[in-house]
Ligand binder design. Structure first.
Ligand SMILES: *Cc1c(COP(=O)(O)O)cnc(C)c1O
Length: 375
């Protein structure tokens, strides 16, 4: 059994993908070929924002957003403690101070109460200037943007949506990557919409920021690559990757997103009865299911469950073992709010196989292991 079955996906889409990449090979327009701008247009239309700027990976996408906002030393940027390292890494990379915020136990996403608490404490201390919030759509579920947006407005903060795992998620009819002042995603192979290497994208309605990000991606170009008006980087999506993503976006829209949601429903039915906690999807929310993450009653039970699954050759992973405040490199970063939920989740979460090609029999085999151990 595969944790995320990219082989089966390739077998299904092989004819189209092979044709698409072969076309790029014969055209040899490997950088900034027409597939790149075509994909950007399709992604912007799908997400429902004015501009999509593709780049080299999801981490660069986050960094580009912070760069265009001029985030710098002395600024504070708020980020959930329970996330992939890149969400916090980019803040430190600009020289600004990451402020870790606790998450909601049920949704794994940034807690509005903890966020307000952290902002108030940073303001009271007066050492850093609050500038931005990075909200993460963890495991595919959009964060609570109604509340987060209100907090951002109250404190005049910019809002960045890290939808690296969130592509395909929705609140009402509105799509992930459109909830922040800027939204970003990743096309790392195992993400909901993955390419065959590294890739990422930035989404925004702002013409000014979009133009600046396009410049930052190509060495801070002005009129062209050899006219340089700011310090940027080299961060582009390869034409080959764009060609692959065009095929995969079509499959994603036509059936993959539907299938992961059906698989999630199936899991809920099978695992809901076994006493582990299945992921909560609030009313009106829709997840893209980057991960299917259950919560066990204790660390001991979580670790035992992982061993039992492994005995049956069922892969499972712990996302994440450590909160940001527990990472070695952040050991001296001051805490401005309690981070108890993150600490608890790190001990009790377990992510199970999840992808559009997961079979009902496979899910039954997994739930059988849970039933044996827990019931
Ligand atoms: C994967 C991921 C990133 C980084 O994306 P890359 O393409 O690997 O650079 C950022 N944030 C979150 C939440 C992620 O899961």
């Amino acid at each position: 059994m595969e944790f995320r079955d990219l082989k089966q996906q390739y077998n299904t889409l092989r004819a189209e993908i092979d044709m698409a990449v072969n076309k790029v090979f014969s055209n040899t327009d490997f950088i900034s070929g027409k597939e790149v701008s075509e994909l950007e247009q399709q992604l912007a239309d799908y997400v429902g924002v004015k501009h999509c700027i593709s780049c080299a990976n999801g981490t660069d996408a986050l960094l580009l957003a912070l760069m265009v906002w001029g985030i710098k030393p002395g600024d504070a940027v708020f980020v959930p403690d329970f996330t992939f390292f890149a969400s916090a890494e980019v803040i430190a990379a600009t020289g600004a101070t990451p402020v870790f915020v606790d998450v909601i136990e049920e949704t794994f996403n940034i807690s509005p109460e903890s966020l307000t608490d952290a902002i108030e404490n940073v303001l009271r201390e007066g050492k850093w200037k609050p500038r931005a919030i990075i909200a993460v759509d963890l495991f595919g579920l959009p964060a609570d943007y109604e509340k987060i947006r209100m907090i951002a407005q109250t404190y005049h903060l910019l809002l960045l949506e890290d939808a690296a795992q969130g592509f395909g998620g929705m609140i009402g009819g509105k799509k992930a990557c459109s909830f922040g002042d800027i939204g970003t995603t990743s096309f790392f192979p195992a993400k909901p919409l993955g390419c065959y290497g590294d890739g990422g994208a930035v989404f925004t309605d702002s013409d000014e920021w979009a133009a600046c990000i396009r410049s930052l991606c190509v060495h801070g170009k002005g009129k062209d690559k050899y006219d340089n008006i700011r310090i940027g980087m080299n961060s582009r999506l390869d034409t080959v990757q764009a060609a692959i993503l065009k095929v995969k976006l079509k499959a994603f829209r036509e059936y993959e997103l539907e299938r992961v949601n059906a698989a999630a429903k199936q899991y809920e039915e099978l695992l809901g009865k076994t006493g582990c906690r299945v992921p909560a999807v609030p009313n009106d929310f829709c997840s893209g299911w980057a991960q299917y993450t259950v919560v066990l009653q204790s660390e001991e039970l979580r670790d035992r469950m992982q061993i039992r699954l492994k005995e049956k050759e069922i892969p499972s992973l712990v996302y994440y073992k450590k909160g940001m405040h527990e990472q070695e490199v952040f050991r001296e970063v001051r805490q401005y709010t309690g981070l108890v939920q993150t600490e608890n989740l790190c001990k009790t979460v377990l992510s199970l196989p999840m992808h559009p090609y997961l079979k009902r029999e496979e899910q039954e085999r997994i739930s059988e292991v849970f039933r044996k151990e827990l019931c």
